[in-house]
Design a protein around this ligand. Structure first.
Ligand SMILES: Nc1ncnc2c1ncn2[C@@H]1O[C@H](COP(=O)(O)OP(=O)(O)OP(=O)(O)O)[C@@H](O)[C@H]1O
Ligand SMILES: [Mg+2]
Length: 361
């Protein structure tokens, strides 16, 4: 969040202009409204704190405050009243407002109240983010335990079946030529399906029971180039360019397991390729940050829709007809094991950008 967005609602155009200017001088973005109707429209653009007059030409300020509070639970409302009274304080509380200001309010008081409300908003957002992460971690752990057990149970009979199938294949190939084709066709189909199943199981295991990490210094640019090389065929097939942005010389290496990190990047880049338009670019970046290093995979796709954002790292969450939804769950689990962090936002490339923070070597 930057400086904060303030929705200012008062029937007096002069007052809205005055307060608006004061707040803008403090670096806030101000959305102005002089009626309930315009306030609703502007609120839809998103705000952190609303300053709402009690008396508005087309409605009641307390009702509007309650409405705004409901529509934007993460935001705070401050009521503006003409005079101080027990009633106005009570009305403010009933409307879910966090404070009220008596007009005409002194500038320091205005700024103090807005500042406090904003701090409240930010604390609330942080608390929610922490709770969300804790919930995800719990979910991942539970699914991890389940899939680890299940994968082992499935793997043994699957391997036995694969072995028998290859025996069968060898015997079929010894039959007279003309009888072979009819038998081989279904046989190969079954073999391919078994392979696919085995790959899925390997993914499960990777996610649920990551192997011990072998941490070494991993230079960022060399790593990115290696992974870009590995995927150059996939990228070419989709007419997408994989671009490794030059890493500033002297950037520290990551303290990481290179094989694991490669897997992480592979999953992210495969996703990026899936959403890239033809002729588009996927950018790979590495840089130093205050407490470690950061790797970024940024695409030119449509970005991440809000309804997907919260579920990205959930195992089995996918919007693709043939996806398993394990790619990002694996990424999360592996980065977590490194004591790092992964998140997504809108990239400078216009699409999604996935960031991985890791400790430096
Ligand atoms: N770069 C991206 N841009 C937009 N949406 C993305 C991006 N990466 C992932 N997503 C969304 O997140 C979902 C989950 O991704 P994830 O990699 O976990 O699974 P998947 O790609 O669907 O399947 P798979 O298991 O084959 O990787 C995707 O289905 C997609 O909706
Ligand atoms: Mg994927």
């Amino acid at each position: 969040m930057s400086q904060g967005r303030i929705l200012l609602v008062d029937d007096s155009v002069d007052l809205v202009d005055n307060l608006g200017e004061i707040l803008e001088d403090e670096g806030y973005k101000v959305l102005r409204a002089t009626s309930c109707a315009t306030a609703r429209a502007r609120a839809a653009e998103g705000f952190d704190v609303a300053l709402v007059d009690l008396r508005l030409p087309d409605g009641d300020g307390t009702e509007l405050a309650a409405e705004l509070h409901q529509a934007s639970p993460g935001a705070e409302v401050v009521l503006l009243t003409g005079f101080a009274s027990v009633e106005s304080a009570a009305a403010a509380i009933r409307a879910g407002a966090c404070a009220y200001l008596v007009k005409p309010c002194a500038v320091p008081e205005l700024l103090l109240t807005v500042g406090q409300a904003l701090r409240q908003v930010r604390l609330q957002a942080e608390r929610e983010e922490l709770a969300r992460r804790a919930q995800l971690a719990e979910k991942l752990a539970a699914v991890g335990r389940l899939t680890a057990g299940l994968s082992h149970e499935i793997r043994n009979p699957l391997n036995a079946a694969a072995l028998q199938l290859s025996v069968l294949e060898r015997r079929v190939r010894k039959l007279p030529e003309d009888g072979q084709a009819a038998l081989l066709e279904p046989l190969v189909l079954v073999r391919d399906e078994i392979r696919r199943l085995d790959q899925t199981l390997q993914d499960f295991l990777l996610f649920s029971r990551p192997r011990e990490l072998v941490r070494r210094p991993v230079p960022l640019e060399a790593l990115l180039r290696k992974v870009a090389d590995l995927l150059s065929g996939d990228a070419e097939a989709r007419l997408v360019q994989l671009v490794v942005v030059e890493v500033v010389p002297g950037t520290p290496a990551a303290a990481a397991d290179e094989d694991v990190l490669r897997q992480v990047l592979l999953n992210l880049i495969l996703n990026a390729l899936d959403v890239s338009p033809r002729g588009g670019q996927v950018q790979l970046q590495g840089r130093a940050v205050e407490d470690g290093v950061e790797l970024v995979v940024a695409d030119e796709g449509p970005g991440i829709p809000p309804e997907v954002r919260d579920r990205l790292f959930e195992p089995f969450f996918t919007t693709k007809p043939n996806g398993t939804g394990l790619g990002l769950a694996i990424v999360h689990s592996l980065v977590d094991q490194h004591g790092g962090r992964v998140w997504a936002d809108r990239g400078e490339t216009g699409g999604a950008a996935f960031h991985i923070r890791l400790p430096r070597a």
